[in-house]
Design a protein around this ligand. Sequence first.
Ligand code: PLP
Length: 354
Amino acid sequence: MKKHNFSAGPCILPQEVLQKASEALLNFNDSGLSLIEISHRSKDFVEVMDTAQSLALELLDLKGKGYKALFLQGGASMQFLMTAYNLLENKAGYLNTGTWSDKAIKEAKLFGEVVEVRSSKDKKFNYIPKNYMVPADLDYFHLTSNNTIFGTQIKEFPKTKIPMVCDMSSDIFSRKLDFSQFDLIYAGAQKNMGPAGATLVVVKEDILGKVTRQIPSMLDYKVHISKESMFNTPPVFAVYTSMLTLQWLKNLGGIEAIEEINNKKAQLLYSEIDLNPLFKGYAEKADRSNMNATFNLTDEKLKGSFDAMCKEAGINGINGHRSVGGYRASMYNALSLDSVGALVDVMSDLERNA
Ligand code: PLP
């Protein structure tokens, strides 16, 4: 039976990417060796790293604009501290839109003064704060573009001259934005790119080198840039698979093409949530995420039947995050419109049978 994977991560990837990645595990580029056995300094792997970096910049339309792409380790969680280590001299500002912003704030406080410019904690992070001013005395302003756990997404970013740092772990490459408004973007691979183990960092070089503290080599963006993301052994399988996903996305027509599909998927699910009296959405409508849709049953007594019907239909991974409860359907790039259709069918069957 076809499985519909709505898991929040890791990880959903296109079938053709999984196919090619598994072939490379057995016999990479007809070398008779596995991708994970060959030297990361070999010509073949250096080409993989170059291609992955180049595709990331190309898809984000940041080529030739002073940015470098790196594939680092430690997950997005490592970036919570690495951004502050490299950029925070006096004061940084954070928009607190949920658990991941909270964690980033906690790490940054180890390095300097941190102001929470606005927070949506007052309503359990079910909305995105708006109409705020970014203070003029910040070293940088940090945002989380998509709030994976609570299902909200920033639709409009502030206009500011302060360098903007954005955690795009759960919506990178999913929608068209002017990516040049950000000075540093980071994203764990394990939602829209590849297996866990690599984190994409796209950084504008001219914001670096301004803090006075000494930075350990492994945490220094400048060191990783000078070694073309090969300062130490990179996570070769995660980088290779990310490269395949980026090639898949480019062949599909790039971010514009996937955004159109993502919009259709989100419209289909949210309209069912709004029309079906057995369900209600968690996030405020204007701030709903196109990647992670959070919703609840209006009558908890139906949970047993709904869960059983989902299982029967091959629907996987829609339980809400343990801190929120309810349901969360994650619709990353590789999830098909058909899969969303399958979930919507179950939701309307529940209403019909109730
Ligand atoms: N930021 C966001 C928006 C996330 O969704 C996650 C994980 O889901 C993280 C950061 C943490 O990522 P990692 O587990 O790669 O450290």
